[in-house]
Structures are given as structure tokens and as C-alpha cells.
Design a protein. Structure first.
Length: 731
């Protein structure tokens, strides 16, 4: 008999085992049983041919309508053309040099055909599709294109397969069609010993779940759709629980780490700063400030995510946290994703702190600290000075880009790491700084993001962080009005857009124009119609924006040049900044009120939302014009219209999630590995994830290392190996 961990070759034979390993990376019994059907065909029902997509691998049930064998004209050899039908549409299948197939492929036989859909002379077709012909009155034997291959007899499913009410259709690969997988699964299930259930009977009863053994059988060999649902519910819960157990263990491990406690001090820097703030904090800022202060006072490290709309005032919250840590005699680091942003943070923190941030200078205040900027493009001399200030503890606030991580930066006593725009950094990067505390202590961590995070993502990808949210914008903030400028249908609207920019500038305001590319490289075909920073800036200055001070900003400019342009824009010396998405995150110029985004279809939902957050940051109303040539009704156009129709970041984040593939969210697609979350959907399974989270926390609270839950420990191990968890967290 067989166990879940047994190699497939032991049960199916060497050749079949090797074929499954090669084609689908299935090695063990468990691998195969977790290769779930993509869908289920109901017996005898033909698959609709009209809806097939080009370039996809399909498995369809059809009837042979016509068979034609002829000699090739130019070369030696034969072409067998098969026309298959669903009763309405037809699809042609071609086999080259296999004349013998006419014995099996005869008119009126029903069967499954599998292959990649291609287009030939504007018609869809399958080339050399694999087939499984069903038995019928004239042909008592089923037959398959695979019977001579590595699977031998297993390539042709036995009779029971055809009489099933629901035929499982598996994700298949060349050489291993769906029906062969089905047959292998049947053989394996028959040999399988009842597997031990990692969920106790109590747990199953509480969550109304069937046993693992019933679920594995039910998902592969269901009698009806209710059985499929029950099986999937159980397997989905296992995935959610595995994930949440890992996250709960990680939270637990964090809590075991030692951190420098930084309780609030009276009459120190933080208090002095609050007194000199030119505005009242919003209620949200006060609340979150309290949560953060409580975390910082603890002797284990804070791990907190601060999310809030662009302009909701996250920086002030972070700065107050930093000052509390400085008051406790420690240093703080602020990690920004770009040099522009790092430089801007340095400027705005200096301004907010005033004399409190000028330690060592003539007009400094008594408790003052020092702000140090460290970026890759600084001169060697400036860098050396910065490194010295950091290692001696002179500087309380260190602001930098990746350089902070990469360079051999030594802190005197690092107590808090603030990461701005987390999605630009991986977990390893944020943890690199966390390893630099004094005497093995772990600095506190505050991660800031303006990209709102849907609840399910917060519970998974960011599941090891506590979450604080700033929901309101500071008073005086004006709403942003967004409109779509459809250049295909309304070319005149673009002219009108430039006139609006002129008007804004005439009333003393400034504007951004955003392009999807720089335009200093050779053009590729797909880029030809899109606007480029360098060309558009020249065109605008000579034409529609003649007389205005137009400058460019993009990522390939040297650091000091970028900085000079941003400074000039902030000082009002530039009217219109034509830029790439370098301005996407955090750039804060309150006098900028208008933004024109060219080729808006080139940007994602969250990105557009981020971009438009750059305007309307002062007391004046913001305007965002989304220029696009995407035709009405296209998905891209709908996406842009959705962005124009709401400023609710959470709604947009949900939309963004719907538009991305699940794998992308988990960061798996990029890494090219298969997700072990197969049934669990971040989009649809919020409730399951929430229930699993509560359950996992309870289990880990009582048994942190799962020593008394060997089944669960094993489930976690096989579902998510160590690397997988890293991928999850990095997404
Ligand atoms: P975020 O980083 O969340 O996008 P910032 O912290 O940069 O937002 O704040 C945006 C602007 O609003 C800054 O100029 C900041 O000084 C200002 N601001 C922050 N909090 C308040 C407040 N409570 N009242 C008025 N203005 C505020
Ligand atoms: Mg910010």
C-alpha cells in the first residue's frame, strides 16, 4: 500500500513516474493528488468550440465529423485532416505523416482531443492533438494516442472513467493528457492507505470540514458537484491554515526577539516637536501615534504597517515615532525607494523639525538631533562624513536609499527602521537593516504604504505585520477631480487639456505631465505611438505650453541633477514638469494642482492612483487628466474610467487585485515556481483566510513550535517550504 510521501514511480512504474516528473513536476503521491482538476466535464456533453482561445492548451470533448487523408503536394508524406464538431461549430485537426490513424479516427466517434489552439488561415485548429476515443456500440474498446508511450495501459482509462457523472479535466502537458492523469490518479487512490488527517475531529467539526481522505477522493472522483464543493472547501482550508500557521509562528518569533524599549519621555525632543507643529494632528494621526508609542515602549520589536492615502500625513506619524526613539537615546533610519524621494524626505523632515533638527549648528535647539542623508550618488567626501556621523551616533535620523543597505553602514545604536513604500522593497531588504541593532537587539520596524491593501492581502502577504490605517485626510486637503481624455474619439480634448494646464499656471499653480517612457533610446515598434518625456517636453514648450517654464525629470538623470530639478519645482521656479513615474511615490509639492497622464493605459490602477496623489496636496483643488487611446469598452479603458470615477483607494486596490492573476499577488509568477496555494483565492476567500488566521493564532499560542501537532507541522512543511514563504512575503 502507498503513503502520500511515496515516489510515484513505485506505484506507476519508472517510465510513467519519469514522464509525470518531466512534464508536470509531479514526483510523489502527494504531488499528484494535489494536482487538482481544473474543471469537470459532465459525461457525454460536448465542449463549446466557439469560445476557444488561441494559444491555450485545451482538452475538449467532440465528435468526429469528417476524416480526410491526402498526400502532400510539395514533399513526400501525408496529411490527415480531421474535422471535429460540438454540433454547432467545427474545428480542424491535422496530423502529419500518421496515415495509420485512419483506423482509429473514424467518422462519428466521440472523444477527447487535447492540444494547443493555433490559427491557420484565420481558422482555429489543433496540430497533432492527443486523443482519447470513447467506446461505443461499434467500437467496444476505448483507444488513445498515448497507448504506445510511457504510460502503457494507464494511458487509456478503464471503463469506469467513461461512466462517471463528472469527468475531471486536469491541467495537462504535452505527452501527458488529462485522461492519462485521471487514470494515474485512480491507480494511486486505489493503492493509497487512509492518510492521517492533520486536522483533529474537533477542528473539522468546528469548521464543518470533511476528512482529508474524503476530500482527496472527492476532488478527483466526485459523484456530484456538492461533493466537489465539500472537497474543495476542506483543501482550501488546509492551504489557508498552513499559510496562517507560518505567519503566526513568525509573529511569535518576532515577539521573542529583544528590542530597545523606548517609552515616551517628558520635555524631550518629541514633546518639543509637538509644540512647534504648525497644524493640529488629525484624529487618525493621534490614534495611530498612540498605537505606535505603545509598541515602542515594549521590549520586543514593533512590526507595524502604516497605510494611508497619499497625503494622509504618514510622514508626520513616522517622524513622531522617530523622535520618541531618539529621546530614548537611539538612532533611526528611514529607507526610501528612490533618490528623489530620499532627498525630499530629508528636506521636509528638516523643515518640519526646524532648529530641532540642526544639532551642531549655530541656531540649534537644546535637545536637537541631526539628519543625515546617504545616497549612492553622493560624492566620496560627503559619504565619508555621513558614515562618520552615523557610526558615532551624531545623527539621530539617517535617510537613504538602497545605499543604506548596500554600503557598509555602521550604526552606533539603531532603534527604529522606517520603510517608505514597502512594495518597492523585499523582506530581505527590510530585514537587512533590522539586523543592525546594538548588542544583538532588533530595531523596531514601521512600514509605510500609500497603496491601500485589501483585507485578504493584509492577512497574507503582510500577515506578520500589525496594521494601522489613516483614513481621513488632513483638513484643507481638496478633492482631486479626474477625467478621461479619449484621444481616439475626442482628439480636440487634448488641446483643451493643455489649455487647462495653461490656466492653472496663470493662476499661480504648477503641473505635472507624466509619460510612460523617457525617449532617449531607440524606439521599438510598440513604443512608437506613445509619448516620451524628452520629445513631448520639447513639443509642449514649442507649442501648446509656449511661454511656460517646462523642465524634464526622469530616472536616468544623474542624482544631483534630479535633485536640482525637484528643488526648483518645489521652489516654484518650474511651471510644468514632464516626467516619468519617478514622481510616483511621495513627491510633495503642494502648489502643484494639475496632472496630465499620457498613455494612461500603460499604467496599472494603483500606479495611476499613486500618480494623481501628487496633485491637490495644498489647499487648492487638484485636477488629473488621463489621456488614452484605448478604445471604448476595452479592459484598459474600463480600468482608466474606474480610476477616474473614484478616489477611494481601497476600492481601487480591490479592482487592482481582480485584474491581476493570483500568482502575481503572491509573487510566484515572477519566480516561475508553482504556487502551493492552488485552491485558495485572495479575491474570493477572505472569510476562509480570516477563520484560518484566528485558528492558527490559537494553535500557535498554545503550541508555538507545533510539537504537539505533528500532523499540522507536516502539513505546513509540505505546503510551504521555507523559500515559498519568502516569496510570499516579498510580493
Ligand atoms: P503621506 O506621506 O501620507 O502622503 P505626508 O505625511 O507627506 O503624507 O503629508 C502631506 C502633507 O500634509 C505634508 O505637507 C504634511 O506636512 C501635511 N500634513 C500632515 N498632517 C497634517 C495635519 N494634521 N494637518 C495639516 N497638514 C498636515
Ligand atoms: Mg509620504
Amino acid at each position: 500500500m502507498a503513503q502520500l510521501s511515496d515516489p510515484l514511480a513505485d506505484i506507476l512504474g519508472e517510465k510513467a513516474g519519469a514522464a509525470l516528473a518531466k512534464a508536470l513536476e509531479l514526483h510523489t503521491v502527494s504531488d499528484l493528488l494535489r494536482h487538482y482538476p481544473r474543471r469537470y466535464a459532465t459525461g457525454g456533453e460536448l465542449t463549446t468550440i466557439a469560445g476557444l482561445d488561441e494559444d491555450t492548451h485545451v482538452t475538449i470533448m467532440a465528435k468526429i465529423a469528417k476524416v480526410e487523408l491526402r498526400k502532400m503536394q510539395q514533399r513526400k508524406g501525408t496529411i490527415l485532416t480531421l474535422t471535429i464538431t460540438d454540433g454547432r461549430s467545427e474545428l480542424s485537426c491535422t496530423y502529419f505523416n500518421q496515415p495509420g490513424l485512419v483506423k482509429e479516427l473514424v467518422k462519428d466517434r466521440h472523444g477527447l482531443f487535447a492540444g494547443k489552439v493555433s490559427k491557420y488561415r484565420r481558422a482555429l485548429q489543433l496540430t497533432n492533438p492527443q486523443y482519447l476515443l470513447l467506446p461505443d456500440e461499434d467500437h467496444p474498446q476505448a483507444c488513445s494516442s498515448e497507448s504506445g508511450g510511457p504510460f502503457g495501459l494507464a494511458a487509456v482509462p478503464d471503463e469506469q472513467y467513461f461512466t462517471r457523472p463528472l469527468l475531471p479535466v486536469y491541467p495537462a502537458a504535452a505527452g501527458v493528457p488529462s485522461w492519462t492523469i485521471a487514470q494515474c490518479v485512480r491507480v494511486v487512490l486505489e493503492a493509497l492507505d487512509e492518510p492521517e488527517d492533520p486536522l483533529s475531529a474537533d477542528l473539522r467539526a468546528e469548521h464543518r470540514l470533511i476528512s482529508l481522505s474524503a476530500a482527496l477522493r472527492g476532488v478527483h472522483l466526485p459523484e456530484d458537484t456538492a461533493e466537489v464543493e465539500a472537497a474543495r472547501a476542506r483543501l482550501r482550508f488546509d492551504e489557508a491554515l498552513s499559510l496562517q500557521l507560518v505567519l503566526a509562528q513568525r509573529r511569535q518569533a518576532d515577539a521573542q526577539r529583544r528590542a530597545p524599549a523606548c517609552p515616551p519621555r517628558e520635555n524631550a525632543l518629541a514633546a518639543a516637536f509637538d509644540r512647534r507643529l504648525p497644524f493640529a494632528l488629525t484624529a487618525g494621526q493621534v490614534d495611530v501615534g498612540r498605537e505606535v508609542a505603545a509598541d515602542l515602549a515594549e521590549t520586543h520589536p514593533m512590526s507595524r504597517l502604516l497605510q494611508g492615502e497619499v497625503g494622509s500625513g504618514k510622514t508626520v506619524v513616522a517622524l513622531r515615532a522617530m523622535l520618541a526613539v531618539i529621546d530614548a537615546g537611539r538612532q533611526t533610519a528611514l529607507l526610501a525607494p528612490t533618490e528623489v524621494l530620499a532627498a525630499q524626505h530629508a528636506r521636509s523632515l528638516r523643515e518640519l523639525l526646524g532648529p530641532l533638527g540642526r544639532a551642531g549648528e549655530l541656531d540649534s535647539a537644546e535637545q536637537a538631533t541631526r539628519i543625515t542623508l546617504l545616497t549612492g550618488s553622493m560624492s566620496i567626501g560627503a559619504k565619508r562624513k555621513a558614515l562618520l556621523d552615523i557610526v558615532t551616533g551624531e545623527s539621530g535620523i539617517v535617510i537613504g536609499t538602497h545605499a543604506l543597505i548596500q554600503e557598509t553602514v555602521q550604526f552606533f545604536d539603531l532603534g527604529l527602521v522606517v520603510v517608505d513604500e514597502q512594495h518597492r522593497f523585499g523582506v530581505e531588504q527590510r530585514d537587512a537593516l533590522r539586523g543592525r541593532g546594538r548588542d544583538g537587539a532588533t530595531p523596531h520596524l514601521l512600514v509605510m504604504t500609500a497603496t491601500p491593501i485589501p483585507r485578504t492581502v493584509a492577512m497574507t502577504v503582510f500577515g506578520d505585520l500589525a496594521v494601522s490605517t489613516l483614513r481621513e485626510l488632513p483638513r484643507g486637503r481638496s478633492p482631486i477631480v479626474s477625467s478621461v481624455v479619449p484621444v481616439l474619439e475626442k482628439p480636440a480634448w487634448l488641446e483643451r487639456a493643455w489649455m487647462r494646464v495653461q490656466e492653472e499656471v496663470r493662476s499661480g499653480r504648477q503641473a505635472y505631465v507624466v509619460c510612460s517612457r523617457i525617449g532617449d533610446d531607440e524606439q521599438t515598434d510598440t513604443q512608437q505611438e506613445t509619448a516620451a518625456v524628452l520629445e513631448l517636453a520639447a513639443e509642449l514648450a514649442a507649442g501648446p505650453l509656449h511661454g511656460l517654464r517646462v523642465e524634464v525629470l526622469h530616472g536616468r538623470m544623474p542624482g544631483d541633477e534630479k535633485d536640482a530639478v525637484m528643488r526648483a519645482f518645489a521652489a516654484g521656479e518650474i511651471d510644468v514638469l514632464v516626467a516619468t513615474t519617478v514622481i510616483e511615490v511621495g513627491v510633495d509639492v503642494p502648489n502643484a494642482t494639475a496632472m496630465v497622464v499620457m498613455d494612461a493605459e500603460r499604467f496599472g490602477v494603483s500606479q495611476l492612483h499613486q500618480l494623481r496623489g501628487r496633485v491637490g496636496r495644498g489647499g487648492h483643488a487638484g485636477l488629473c487628466l488621463l489621456v488614452t487611446s484605448a478604445p471604448q469598452g476595452s479592459p484598459a479603458r474600463e480600468r482608466i474610467e474606474a480610476v477616474a470615477s473614484t478616489v477611494d483607494g481601497f476600492e481601487l486596490a480591490q479592482l487592482d487585485l481582480e485584474q491581476r492573476r493570483e500568482g502575481d499577488v503572491l509573487g510566484v509568477a515572477q519566480s516561475g515556481r508553482r504556487s502551493s496555494l492552488r485552491l485558495l483565492s485572495l479575491l474570493r476567500d477572505g472569510d476562509v483566510i480570516a477563520a484560518a488566521r484566528v485558528q492558527a493564532q490559537a494553535i500557535v499560542d498554545s503550541d508555538p513550535r507545533l510539537e504537539h501537532h505533528p500532523g499540522l507541522a507536516q502539513m505546513v512543511k509540505s505546503a510551504l517550504d521555507g523559500e515559498r514563504v519568502d516569496y510570499l512575503a516579498k510580493a
